[in-house]
Design a binder for this molecule. Structure first.
Ligand code: HEM
Length: 410
């Protein structure tokens, strides 16, 4: 496969911007009008999701092992998207769905590459697409043996911790196996849109999962305002590789730096550490004011719980040092500053694995502050929760922003 030719043509194609995504979907819906109901009605923000991922994956087909693992997983995850038969009944994605998408892709490339679209280039794209589509279909077929296409989860408990923050617990119908630090696609059936949320707990024996949500867009505002006990949600396959590798060097101390509801995956990681032999862990949670520390009590309880395994703290201290910090607070006795500033003050953190999770600005500022203070960048683990990207591709997007130049922002 001529990966260089695929990459070069993709880079040229991306210059077309959102027009190309519009053309792709318009073509897809002409080829297969029945595909229209599978996609959100308002595609203003997300219409490039599938297409940008498609291009990115296809232009990275040279690493066969990584491609196979990624595409099979994506195919397994795609089982949550259902087609419809002629009577309007839901059907799993099948080969013909992939043929529609492949035809729309080739037609779009042809339209926007103009004279650069040669028969040889067409053959390259067709072969690369077929390879990815086959891997996705195989991944879906194999996953059928081990997991449902999606989990149905009943809401068991809803707590509104602030006007704009809600903490809720669900119980999936089958055990949903995820790694602490990962996130799951979640759908509210009335809204028919999927968004990624991170479990705030390590997997529990009873299978229940806690989520933290702050009202920001339509989906999260719906959850914060309208979610009730007894409601049903759907959960897809867990994704994310960065934060869940928190145990890559278990002998090193761990620093967790959280902002807002970015706390959720880091609390799951802290709980997992507590369930093991323990590990010197510092959890810095930042807010603008004390009111932002919506999970303070749970974190204090976690810090007071000894590890399940054999933890030996040399100086008699606890395994978890929980450090709430705020930018300003009337009569606040604790640390003052952003999470990043406070984390740096508590350092140095040279031989420490650092996990950061919060808003994009908080994450950026924290990484800058930590690296300036001497933390080697390779010790810092970050997962992007940008809703407009498929999380496993987000780190690739940071490395190759031209691939994603027309990604919408919520
Ligand atoms: C090689 C082929 C394909 C690739 C690489 C691909 C990739 C992706 C990716 C990365 C996403 C975003 C997932 C997320 O953010 O949760 C996505 C979403 C989606 N894909 Fe695919 N996909 C492919 C084929 C298909 C096919 C054949 C269909 C069905 C006709 C399909 C239907 C969908 C739907 C309905 C969504 C959700 C869109 C949204 O809510 O914005 N995909 N796809």
């Amino acid at each position: 496969m001529d990966v260089a030719a695929l990459r070069q043509s993709w880079a040229q194609f991306c210059v077309a911007g959102p027009e190309a995504a519009k053309y792709f979907y318009a073509t897809l819906f002409v080829i297969a009008p029945e595909a229209r109901t599978m996609f959100p009605t308002n595609m203003q923000y997300q219409q490039d999701k599938l297409l940008s991922a498609l291009g990115h994956i296809i232009t990275h087909v040279d690493d066969e092992r990584e491609l196979t693992a990624f595409a099979q997983r994506l195919g397994a995850d795609h089982r949550r998207f259902r087609g419809e038969d002629q009577q309007g009944r839901p059907v799993p994605l099948a080969e013909w769905h992939y043929i529609w998408v492949g035809q729309a892709l080739l037609a779009t490339l042809e339209r926007f590459l103009g004279p650069r679209w040669t028969p040889a280039l067409r053959a390259e794209w067709a072969a690369a697409y077929e390879l990815v589509a086959r891997l996705m279909l195989t991944g879906a077929a194999e996953a059928e043996r081990t997991s449902p296409p999606y989990w149905e989860a009943e809401v068991q408990r809803v707590q509104r911790r602030r006007a704009d923050v809600c903490v809720f617990t669900v119980r999936p119908n089958y055990l949903c196996d995820y790694l602490p630090g990962q996130s799951l696609p979640v759908q509210v059936p009335q809204l028919r849109m999927w968004r990624y949320l991170s479990p705030a707990n390590a997997p529990r024996a009873d299978g229940t999962i806690e989520f933290h949500v702050r009202a920001a867009g339509r989906f999260s505002t719906h959850l914060v305002r309208k979610l009730r006990e007894g409601d049903q949600l759907l959960l897809g396959l867990p994704v994310g590789v960065a934060l869940s590798s928190y145990d890559r060097s278990p002998q090193l101390p761990l620093l967790l730096v959280a902002g807002g509801t970015g706390l959720a995956p880091l609390r799951a990681v802290a709980e997992a550490v507590q369930q093991g032999p323990g590990r010197a862990t510092t959890l810095v949670v930042g807010g603008k004011t004390p009111d932002d520390l919506y999970d303070d009590q749970a974190l204090r309880e976690l810090a007071a719980t000894p590890p399940a395994g054999s933890w030996r703290s040399g100086a008699g201290g606890g395994w978890l040092r929980y450090v709430p910090t705020v930018e300003s607070g009337w009569q606040w006795q604790g640390e003052v500053g952003t999470a990043g500033q406070t984390a740096v003050r508590l350092g140095p953190w040279r031989d420490t694995d650092v996990l950061v999770c919060g808003s994009p600005e908080m994450t950026r500022e924290t990484i800058t502050a930590l690296t300036v203070s001497g933390v080697p960048p390779e010790r810092i683990l970050v997962e992007s929760y940008d809703q407009s990207l498929y999380p496993p591709l987000a780190s690739a997007a940071a490395a190759a922003p031209q691939d994603f130049s027309w990604t919408g922002v919520r």
